[in-house]
Design a protein around this ligand. Structure first.
Ligand SMILES: [Zn+2]
Length: 269
């Protein structure tokens, strides 16, 4: 699409990374599974790949994907996962209720967790394009996988990429897709889930405004809302998360065009 700098994802076989496994003509692409979860098939030029999302809990070493061939036999496509250690990050949250929710917040948090799980498990057979464009023009303020401490209390690792920008900065869809969930969430603030097909999902959190609704078909680069500081935050930014085979993975691998900004982030650490 003209006007957007788009890029194909990069394979990085580490916990929290992705692996792109090339397929041949004998493989029945849509039969592939990793840890029993269906995988997306993506195209780059004439080559078809399986896109495998690796959770942060993945053990380094030998792994495989199961796939059927056109004789009906089950084949293993092997790959190796390399170790990766993620740094710790300590953050101070002024609104203590977002770190230690009240008893009465728990009902809300649990029902939101169900909605999140449902969205994460969404599967549609549509073939997606995976040439993502950068959703917000801003500075990288936090990266995926950091072991997090809020007010010195250990919490889940950072599940996305943070791009800091002033409140009201436009947020654009990374690829074409369908809105499958949106609303105001206790921790994530105003959030949208965009389904790109075959279990590939992008998620946008802490938004100021949301300008789309579930069911809407979205074009790549379309305005979907604005940057805000809703939910558990230290300032205005977009939290972008990417899900593949129900697994949260490093968004930077889908946005190699941000490598220069990522280098600036590492330098400032
Ligand atoms: Zn974040």
């Amino acid at each position: 699409m003209p006007g957007f700098v788009s890029a194909f994802p990069q394979s990085n076989p580490v916990p929290g990374g992705i692996v792109l496994l090339p397929l041949n003509n004998n493989h029945i692409a849509n039969s592939a599974r990793y840890n029993k979860k269906k995988l997306a098939v993506v195209n780059n030029g004439k080559t078809q790949y399986l896109l495998v999302g690796l959770s942060l809990n993945t053990k380094p070493g030998a792994h495989h994907v199961k796939i059927r061939n056109n004789l009906g036999e089950i084949r293993k496509l092997k790959f190796r996962v390399k170790p990766k250690t993620y740094k710790a990050q300590h953050l101070t949250i002024k609104n203590k209720r977002k770190v230690n929710p009240y008893e009465k917040d728990m009902t809300r948090i649990l029902s939101e967790k169900k909605r999140k799980t449902k969205a994460r498990k969404s599967w549609t057979p549509e073939i997606t394009q995976t040439n993502f464009t950068v959703p917000v023009d801003g500075r990288i303020s936090s990266i995926f996988g950091l072991r997090r401490f809020f007010n010195d209390q250990a919490r889940r690792p950072h599940s996305g990429l943070d791009i800091a920008a002033p409140q009201g900065t436009p947020i654009k869809a990374v690829e074409s897709g369908t809105v499958i969930e949106s609303g105001n969430f206790f921790f994530s603030g105003n959030m949208i889930y965009l389904d790109h097909g075959q279990g590939l999902i992008s998620l946008y959190a802490h938004m100021h405004t949301i300008s789309v609704k579930p069911g809407d078909k979205i074009e790549k680069g379309q305005l979907i809302g604005t940057v805000g500081e809703t939910g558990r935050v230290t300032g205005p930014h977009l939290h972008l998360a990417i899900i593949a085979n129900q697994t949260l993975v490093d968004p930077l691998l889908f946005l190699p065009q941000l490598s220069k900004k990522a280098a600036e982030y590492y330098k400032s650490e």
